[in-house]
Design a protein around this ligand. Structure first.
Ligand code: 13P
Length: 218
């Protein structure tokens, strides 16, 4: 059985209190070893989440939703990879919402990847299509077509398979996830495709019960 990644991207939702409340609901569950569950949350929630996870032995890994392209230094407002690495094992890099709202170029995104690598954070590298440049050394890619994000209109599993297959054939990428309007009802359509190794879930990950259902159905 192939390993599946079920990754949540909470975007700018949830206070630290709401984040730990969510974890309290999830802690009752254990996930099969072939499913790796990673929650990418706001920096403000990560310390409390890490404490909760360590104290309660919850089998969920933590990620950031972004990382600075700079190291430590005079970069007001930025969170460096070194700072993030105290709390997380993973980081989403190159999400279309950052490319579009914060003018992140392929160059900046590649610098972020470098900083993540330097501090042993595994990037979950978002591509918007087959042609998005993928920096060297990336293991996990998430294919997230912009039209499918937050719209309730996911891409088709066949398209996701086509893109995942193409990426694996043209890059040294190990895993390709699909993201964009994933729900408990449509998740299995994606995870059953041979080249798709999991999902990156936005809206439907905010509710612990919906997210649990997604993990179970994947
Ligand atoms: P939705 O699942 O809300 O469409 O968001 C997808 C996404 O952007 C995950 O990174």
């Amino acid at each position: 059985m192939k390993k599946l990644f079920i990754v949540a991207n909470w975007k700018s939702y949830k206070t630290a209190q709401e984040a730990t409340d969510w974890l309290s609901e999830m802690k009752k569950l254990s996930f099969p070893e072939d499913k790796e569950v990673i929650v990418c949350a706001s920096f403000t929630s990560l310390p409390a989440m890490k404490t909760f996870i360590d104290t309660n032995n919850v089998s969920i890994k933590l990620g950031t939703e972004d990382v600075s392209p700079f190291g430590e230094g005079a970069y007001t407002g930025e969170i460096s990879a070194e700072q993030a690495a105290e709390f997380v094992t993973h980081a989403i890099v190159g999400h279309s919402e950052r490319r579009n709202n914060f003018a992140e170029t392929d160059q900046v995104v590649a610098e972020k990847v470098e900083m993540a690598f330097k501090f042993n954070i595994t990037p979950i590298f978002c591509v918007q299509g087959k042609d998005t440049p993928i920096p060297k050394g990336i293991e996990i890619v998430a294919y997230e077509p912009v039209f499918a994000i937050g719209t309730g209109h996911p891409d088709t599993p066949d398209d996701a398979e086509d893109v995942a297959k193409y990426i694996k054939a043209n890059h040294e990428v190990k895993y390709v996830l699909y993201g964009g309007s994933v729900t408990a009802d449509d998740v299995h359509g994606f995870t059953q495709m041979p080249s798709v190794d999991g999902v990156l879930v936005g809206g439907a990950s905010l509710d612990p019960h919906k997210f649990t259902q997604i993990i179970q159905n994947a």
